[in-house]
Design a protein around this ligand. Structure first.
Ligand code: NAP
Ligand code: ZN
Ligand code: ZN
Length: 349
């Protein structure tokens, strides 16, 4: 076993403590990654706090991982020591089902293996990237393009792919009107990516506090959802709405903003249901959909797209001892726009 330092929570409401966890010894297709940066995703908080159901503790979150390969198993062909690599939300899947075969491992019919809070094929409880090292099978590792810094690469592994995938699937392109609800980690990536794909982008945020940033980062329009006029003015306008909000919102109000045949894709994953009135959908043949991260091949495509278009998240790099504080700021919608942990500070008190 490989002993690594990590930051873990020991209960749903507990704060982070420095601890050690064991990573498996390398199997023939495994790589050992020295983690350099780990992004903080709102899903880390939902999971640790039990929003989506009970989990085991201690829990080491983190599924936006960027680092360097420091050791490879005997049969690894894709990576070599020294390679700059990333790991996102999953570390394995069955690889045989129809969805895995299509490269949509996130929708594996046996369930993908989450980077943390899952049981892997060896029966071990997975632990995430708020740690110094991780062992992952090479097929679930992606290459970070040359010239892309590791700190900005990290958030792309979840926030990037989770917004890229539905934008591609629902055809973000010139001539399409797209709204992004919630301007946080996922939301700001959705704006940058949709803009780069040529769409006309509107941000729907709770207030106008971040309007200047929104327009600077690629939005064409920015509205406050606290203003009822917004819903009147924008009724029936959008081909696609990406909802990134982490809390319950009145989804029917947002569905009313879709044009004929428009789709609202929920990537936000609040604990509570979002009740839909059928008459929010029927009159304009609207769709309400969901989307989960993206496959490994598409994750690599997204990284290459970001490198090509010079797209990087706006990040605030923090020390490991500041994770609790960062989580509180995420919960207060006070993140601009992704916290990234500098893993070199893991053991500093
Ligand atoms: P985040 O950085 O906290 O952003 C969420 C944004 O939602 C906030 O910045 C805020 O934007 C808005 N918001 C928060 N509370 C709100 C409320 N009560 N009412 C209205 N708006 C509110 O979170 P994130 O990391 O981007 O994650 C967003 C959600 O996506 C989480 O639920 C996460 O679990 C989920 N997620 C899903 C997937 C997937 O595969 N589907 C992957 C990753 C994350 P404004 O300040 O602009 O209003
Ligand atoms: Zn995430
Ligand atoms: Zn599968």
């Amino acid at each position: 076993m490989i002993t690594t330092s990590a930051r873990a929570v020991f209960s749903p409401e507990g704060s982070f403590q420095l601890t050690t966890i064991e990573r498996r010894d390398l199997k023939p297709h495994d790589v050992l990654i020295e983690i350099k940066y780990a992004g903080i995703c709102h899903s880390d908080i939902h999971t640790a706090r039990g929003d989506w159901g009970p989990v085991n503790y201690p829990l080491v979150p983190g599924h936006e991982i960027a680092g360097i390969v420091t050791q490879v198993g005997s049969e690894v062909t894709k990576y070599a020591v020294g390679d700059r690599v990333g790991v996102g939300c999953m570390v394995d899947s069955c690889r045989e089902c129809v969805n895995c075969q299509r490269g949509e491992e996130q929708y594996c019919l046996s369930g993908n293996t989450g980077t943390y809070a899952a049981i892997d094929r060896y029966g071990q409880y997975t632990q995430g990237g708020y740690s110094t090292h991780i062992v992952v099978t090479e097929d679930f590792v992606v290459r970070i393009p040359d010239g892309m810094e590791l700190d900005v690469a990290a958030p792309l592994l979840c926030a990037g792919i989770t917004t890229y995938s539905p934008l591609r699937h629902w055809g973000a392109a010139p001539g399409k009107k797209i709204a992004v609800v919630g301007f946080g980690g996922l939301g700001h990536m959705a704006v940058k990516l949709a803009h780069a794909m040529g769409a006309e982008v509107t941000v729907l945020s709770q207030s106008l506090k971040k309007k200047e940033d929104g327009l600077r980062l690629g939005a064409d329009h920015y509205y406050a959802t606290s203003d009822p006029e917004t819903f009147k003015k924008l009724a029936g306008s959008f081909d696609l709405i990406i909802n990134t909000v982490s809390a319950k919102i009145d989804i029917n109000a947002y569905l009313s903003l879709l044009a004929l045949d428009g789709t609202l894709v929920n990537v936000g994953a609040p604990a509570e249901p979002l009740p839909v009135q059928v008459f929010s959908l029927i009159p304009q043949r609207r769709s309400f959909a969901g989307s989960m991260i993206g496959g490994i091949r598409e994750t690599q495509e997204m990284l290459d797209f970001c490198a090509e278009h010079n797209i990087a998240p706006e990040i605030e790099v923090i020390a490991a001892k500041q994770i609790d504080e960062a989580w509180e700021r995420v919960l207060a919608s006070d993140v601009r726009y992704r916290f990234v942990i500098d893993i070199r500070t893991m053991e500093n008190e």
